[in-house]
Each structure stands twice: as C-alpha cells, then as structure tokens.
Design a protein around this ligand. Structure first.
Ligand code: SF4
Length: 290
C-alpha cells in the first residue's frame, strides 16, 4: 500500500504538512440550491472544525497553521494549502483564483488541496484549477462517501453518483490529482456495499482515497437516527477489518491519504474509540505495520 507520506516524499522530497484554510462558508446542500440541512453526518462547521476560522486572510491562516506545527515539522517541511471546510469551489472562478494565487505566493506552500463536491466544478472553476496545476500540484478531494444512489439519498448527499465519475474524468484531463472520500458504516450499508464503493472509486480513476469511519456528531440528523436506534456505529476492530479488505482492492499506485478520521471531540457522540487519537494511531501502526 502507498501511503500519503510515501507519495509526498516521492513528489516533494520532504515531509509535507497540511495548512487548513477556512474559505467557503456553505455548500449547495445547505443553502437550498441542492438541498437543505446538509449531509446527515455533517456538522455546522462543514467538516472543517480544525481550520483557523473564516474572516482571516489566506496568508494569515497559512502562517497560523504553520506556527502550530512548526515545533515538530522543522524548517525543511513543505506545506499543502488545504481548503477544507464546506464546498470550496462553490464560488465564482475569480474568487477561487484569488485565494489560490494568495496561497501559492506563500513561500512554504508547495501544493494545494481543495475539498469540494463533484457537482460544483463548472468549466470556469475547472480552468482556475487547471491554471493552478500548471504552477504547483493540485489535489481535489471529492466527497463520494458511497457509490450507492440509495445510500446517497439516505445521507442527503444531493448529487447522483454518475456526477462523481464525470468530475473525476474532467479533473484528471487537466492534470488534477483526485482524492476520493469514502465513509464506512453508513446506515443501511453492509460490508459488501462499502467495498463496492471502493471498487467504484478505483474504476472511476481516483488517484487517492481517504477512508473514514462514520461518526455521530451533536446537532446532526445522524444524531437523531442514532439515538432512535436506527443504526449502530462500527467498532474499532470491525472498522479496520473492512479497511484491510478495502486496501486489498486498491491498485498499488492509488495513494491512501487517510485510514480513518477523528471528529471534533466537543461534538463527538459515537464511536468513542475514534476520540482516542493516540490509541488509534498505535492500533494502526501495530496492525498495518506503519
Ligand atoms: S459534507 Fe460537504 S456537501 Fe455535505 S453538507 Fe457537509 S459541506 Fe455540504
């Protein structure tokens, strides 16, 4: 298996860290364009609780993020401008271009990673991303979560799975590196469906993948479903059994950017094992020999 660290080492010849940037403030799944309320698992922060916060300049946020890890990162480290929360291409091409230009101008930024939805990459935005990719490596992170359109409806994703395929093709055609987000443990999904999602992403041509265990956050629709006993969250062993099988489905060149995620502790309701970051890292190291 090819880890993100190995991939970054090969591409940038140094250790890379992410500098999270709050840029977008909403997504079409929240403002009524595609849906309201958002995906059932998504917190009010739009999956970006770790960024510095909106209202601050891109440069300021990058400096702040670098400052936070400078102790362990050292002076040789490189940084990826990570446009993390909400849908970062849900804006005018001019606005995105200005933010990317500002990020690229930062001397420590060697790449950009942009989280978005497959249905939010119109031609104007694609041109901006392609232009940026002429200067530095650009990663676009697509929230697929599941390849099942029934599952997609249940989580209120509000786009068809075929739109993901189309987005992957268009992004790759202009030299963008695509990372796909997949969630294991969604309500109503069995192991076969979870693995099918991974096969689907591989067939679509994803360059990288991020696995996440579904976690329940306060204030989400998922919280109500979980409290009503409509589904159970995955245990640690159970989750990593699925991850291990999923890894077995990946061609050697597909980069694993994440084996699991950790939700914001102040909002996390379940599964609580995901809150023990050190314990999870130790478990991963033991089990996967990392
Ligand atoms: S997961 Fe992404 S698309 Fe879904 S509601 Fe949150 S920000 Fe919007």
């Amino acid at each position: 298996m090819l880890t993100a660290n190995e991939h970054y080492k090969a591409v940038f010849e140094r250790k890379m860290y992410k500098a999270s940037i709050s840029f977008a403030a909403t997504c079409p799944n929240r403002d009524g364009t595609k849906g309201t309320g958002g995906c059932i698992f998504c917190s009010a922060g739009g999956s970006g609780e770790f960024a510095a916060g909106p209202g601050k300049s891109v440069t300021f946020q990058i400096d702040e993020a670098i400052e936070q890890v400078s102790g362990k990162a050292g002076t040789d480290a490189g940084y990826i401008a990570y446009f993390q929360s909400f849908t970062n291409t849900y804006c005018s091409p001019e606005k995105l271009a200005a933010a990317l230009d500002e990020a690229i101008a930062h001397p420590k930024i060697l790449a950009a990673s942009i989280a978005t939805r497959p249905d939010c990459i119109p031609d104007g935005i694609l041109k901006v991303l392609a232009k940026c990719a002429e200067k530095i490596p650009v990663y676009v992170e697509l929230g697929l979560q599941t390849s099942s359109d029934i599952g997609a409806k249940l989580i209120n994703r509000c786009y068809e799975t075929c739109e993901y395929d189309e987005a992957v093709k268009r992004l790759k055609a202009v030299g963008i590196n695509v990372i796909t987000h997949v969630i294991f443990g969604l309500p109503g999904e069995d192991e076969e469906q979870m693995l099918e999602t991974v096969r689907y992403a591989v067939q679509a041509g994803t360059d990288g993948i991020k696995f996440t265990c579904l976690y329940v956050l306060k204030g989400t629709v998922l919280e109500e479903m979980w409290k009503a006993g409509e589904f159970e969250v995955l245990g640690q062993e159970e989750y990593f059994d699925i991850v291990e099988k999923a890894i077995g489905l990946l061609p050697p060149e597909v980069v694993i950017h994440r084996l699991t995620g950790d939700g914001p502790k102040k909002l996390l309701l379940a599964p609580m094992w995901t809150a023990d970051k050190r314990g999870v890292i130790n478990y991963i190291n033991r089990r996967f020999g990392l």
